[in-house]
Design a protein around this ligand. Sequence first.
Ligand SMILES: Cc1cc2nc3c(=O)[nH]c(=O)nc-3n(C[C@H](O)[C@H](O)[C@H](O)COP(=O)(O)O)c2cc1C
Length: 161
Amino acid sequence: MTVMDLIKSRRTIKMFKPDPIAEGDLLAWLEAASYAPNHRLNEPWEIRMVGPETRARLRHKTDFGGAPVVLAIVSRPAATPFERDENVMAVSCFSQNLLLAAHEAGAGVYWASLGALPHNRDILGVPQDYDVIGVFGIGYPAEVPAARPRTPIDTRITYLD
Ligand SMILES: Cc1cc2nc3c(=O)[nH]c(=O)nc-3n(C[C@H](O)[C@H](O)[C@H](O)COP(=O)(O)O)c2cc1C
């Protein structure tokens, strides 16, 4: 697949097969994700692998679609609000890289935002000065939804003098 095809065919997966993800594959996708752009090469991402007890305590509405792997991606603290925003931007790039690497391998990802809620931050053991980018269910898709159309991009472009 070309990068263009990979980007456009990736979907948020909400129902997974029970088939496991090989640990080596997951680590390879995470390692690829770490080539995301990040200012001053500070690599502000951290990954929390979510085990069965923590997963049950999160009480996600569909238990992440039955994904065999659940992990949280968090963004490290920074000295200033500006740098904290930059960290969140870099970790979002990291997350998208993970989504694309998994997709290229035929796997899929459910990006859930519940980890940012105060009680879920506690369950995940995330300190106040970290940002939760998401909790991600990862596995092989049982169902791939159709893409929802996007707004024509020319309506979002402003040309400055
Ligand atoms: C920051 C962020 C948070 C998201 N949180 C959720 C969520 O809590 N629940 C959910 O069903 N999807 C969530 N999504 C996935 C979006 O709903 C999904 O990307 C969107 O519907 C477009 O579908 P696609 O990813 O298949 O193109 C999130 C995506 C992002 C980037």
